[in-house]
Design a protein around this ligand. Structure first.
Ligand SMILES: [Fe+2]
Ligand SMILES: [Fe+2]
Length: 465
C-alpha cells in the first residue's frame, strides 16, 4: 500500500462512518475495540490482544513517520485484523480433531514455517489429543501430509471472510486489503497468495509484526518479543519495521501502558484525529449485524441463529407495544447475545455426543463472556445484563448467574424465548426444521417453569413464519 494510494482511497472510503462529530457521537473506535475482545477469545488470546496489537502497531507507524491517511487505515486494519477468525474454527477442529481455540492460541508462539522440533512439538501436542494412541499417530501422519494445503485453505477462508466483513461495514479498500494479506510473509512463503516484499500491503506486514510482538510480550515478556521479531526479520517481516520496533523498545516507548486498565481509552486516543470515524444509529446496527455474522460463522449449527433470535425478539417486543427505541435496543442485544460463544471451543460446540460436566461448564461460561464484552461499550452497557441473561430460567435453574423470577427483566425473558424458539425451529445439518406446532408444544411444556408465558403467547400470536 503506497501512502499516495492510501490517501486517494481513504478520501473516498470509510464513508459509512463519516458523521458530524458531536458530544453524543459514538466513536467507531470505541465500538470496534471493545468488540475486538470477542475476536481475541476466538483466537485463544487473552481479551485485549487486538487492542494492544493496535497500540504497538500505531507506535511503530509513528516511528516510521507514516502519513496520517495511512495511519488511519492501519488503525482499523489492526483492530479488525481477526474479523474472519470464526469462519475457520470449525474447519480447524475437523482437521486437528482437537481444541481449535488452544491450537489457534499456541500457533502464534510457534514458528510453524521452520521444519524442526518446534513445529513437530506443536503437532504432537495439538492433534487428536483425546484419541487413542494408534488413531492419534494415524491422524498426525494425515495432518503432516496435507499440512501446507490445509494451512493455506485455513488462512484463505479467514482472510477472505475478514476482508469481506470490512468491506461490508464500509471500511476503505486499504483496510480490507490489509486484513486480507495479514498472513503473507516478507520472503514470499506466507498465505494465501505468496506475496513477497513490497507486494505485501504495509498495513498487513505491520499488523503481523504488531500481533507477534503482543503475543510474545503477553506470554514471555518484552525481551522474548523483540527476539521473536528479530528471528523472523527478513523471513516474516520487513526488516525496516523490525528495526523501528527495536528502536522504540530501546527508547522505552514500545511497551508503555500495554497493561493499562483503561486499554480502550488508550487505543481510542491513538485514532488519528483527522481520520476519526463516528457512527450513527444505522452504522451501529450494521456493526451489530457484522458481529452477528461473525458469531454465527463459528459453527455450521448456528447459521443465522443470531438474526433468527433478533427477528423473534423484535416480534415479541412489538407485540408488547415497546417504544421503537427499546425495540432497537432489544434487537442489538439479540444480535449479540451469543458473542461470548466465540470463546467456546468447536470441539465442545460440535461434539456429536453428550457433553461431560467439564465441557458443559465451559458452555455455561458463554453468557458471562457476552456480559464482559458488551459492558465495556457505553452504548451497549445498558443491555449487556439482559443479553447475558438469555439462558436464565424463571425457576432459577438457568445460567450463568442462576437468577430467578422477578430478577429476570422483561427484555431478558423475551431473549430467552426467542433463543429457544430459533434453536428449535431452525434447520440443522443433522435434522430438518421442526414444524411450528412441535416447536410451540415443546416450549409450552417449558413455560411456566422456565420460560415467560406472556412472551411465548405473544410469539405464538405473532405467527413468526
Ligand atoms: Fe447462548
Ligand atoms: Fe443463542
Amino acid at each position: 500500500m503506497s501512502p499516495t494510494a492510501s490517501v486517494v482511497v481513504s478520501s473516498q472510503a470509510n464513508q459509512a462512518f463519516r458523521h458530524p462529530e458531536s458530544k453524543q457521537s459514538i466513536r467507531v473506535s470505541e465500538l470496534i475495540s471493545a468488540l475486538s475482545y470477542a475476536l481475541d477469545i476466538t483466537e485463544g488470546r487473552p481479551m485485549g490482544h487486538s487492542v494492544r496489537s493496535c497500540l504497538l502497531g500505531m507506535r511503530i507507524a509513528g516511528q516510521l513517520g507514516l502519513p496520517v491517511e495511512a495511519k488511519a487505515d492501519l488503525y482499523y486494519t489492526l483492530l479488525m485484523k481477526d474479523a474472519g477468525c470464526s469462519s475457520n474454527s470449525s474447519r480447524l477442529y475437523h482437521i486437528l480433531n482437537a481444541d481449535d481455540i488452544r491450537a489457534k492460541g499456541d500457533v502464534k508462539t510457534t514458528d510453524w514455517t521452520k521444519v524442526g522440533w518446534e513445529s513437530l512439538h506443536y503437532a504432537i501436542t495439538h492433534v487428536a489429543t483425546e484419541m487413542p494412541f494408534a488413531e492419534r499417530v494415524w491422524r498426525l501422519i494425515q495432518v503432516a501430509a496435507t499440512q501446507q494445503r490445509d494451512s493455506c485453505e485455513l488462512v484463505k477462508i479467514r482472510c477472505e471472510r475478514g476482508s469481506s466483513i470490512a468491506r461490508k461495514l464500509g471500511f476503505s479498500e486499504s483496510v480490507a486489503e490489509g486484513i486480507h494479506s495479514l498472513d503473507e510473509h516478507w520472503n514470499g512463503e506466507g498465505y494465501p497468495s505468496g506475496l513477497k516484499n513490497k507486494e505485501i500491503p504495509l498495513a498487513s506486514n505491520l499488523a503481523n509484526l504488531a500481533q507477534t510482538l503482543e503475543v510474545f510480550w503477553a506470554a514471555r515478556g518484552p525481551e522474548a518479543a523483540i527476539e521473536a521479531a528479530e528471528t523472523r526479520s527478513g523471513r516474516w517481516f520487513d526488516p525496516q519495521l523490525v528495526h523501528a520496533a527495536k528502536s522504540l523498545a530501546k527508547e522505552g516507548q514500545l511497551w508503555i501502558r500495554l497493561d493499562s486498565q483503561e486499554l480502550i481509552t488508550e487505543v481510542m486516543s491513538q485514532e488519528p484525529a483527522e481520520g476519526r470515524l463516528t457512527a450513527d444509529d444505522a452504522t451501529i446496527d450494521n456493526i451489530c449485524l457484522a458481529f452477528a455474522d461473525i458469531i454465527d460463522a463459528k459453527t455450521p449449527f448456528t447459521f443465522q441463529h443470531s438474526n433468527g433470535v433478533a427477528d423473534a425478539a423484535v416480534l415479541i417486543g412489538k407485540a408488547f407495544g415497546m417504544p421503537q427505541g427499546e425495540v432497537n435496543k432489544l434487537r442489538r442485544a439479540a444480535l449479540l447475545h451469543d458473542i461470548g460463544k466465540l470463546g467456546v471451543s468447536n470441539a465442545i460446540l460440535e461434539k456429536p455426543g453428550k457433553l461431560t460436566a467439564e465441557e458443559f461448564a465451559e458452555v455455561r461460561k458463554h453468557p458471562y463472556f457476552t456480559y464482559e464484552i458488551l459492558r465495556r461499550i457505553p452504548a451497549f452497557a445498558d443491555f449487556s445484563t439482559d443479553a447475558a441473561a438469555h439462558h436464565e430460567k424463571l425457576n432459577g435453574k438457568g445460567y450463568w448467574r442462576g437468577i430467578s423470577g422477578d430478577e429476570i427483566s422483561q427484555p431478558a425473558r423475551i431473549l430467552a424465548v426467542a433463543d429457544v424458539f430459533d434453536a428449535l425451529s431452525a434447520k440443522r445439518p443433522y435434522r430438518d426444521a421442526l414444524p411450528l406446532e412441535k416447536v410451540f408444544s415443546i416450549m409450552r411444556e417449558e413455560a411456566p417453569q422456565a420460560l415467560d408465558w406472556p412472551c411465548l403467547a405473544a410469539l405464538m400470536e405473532a405467527k413468526p413464519f
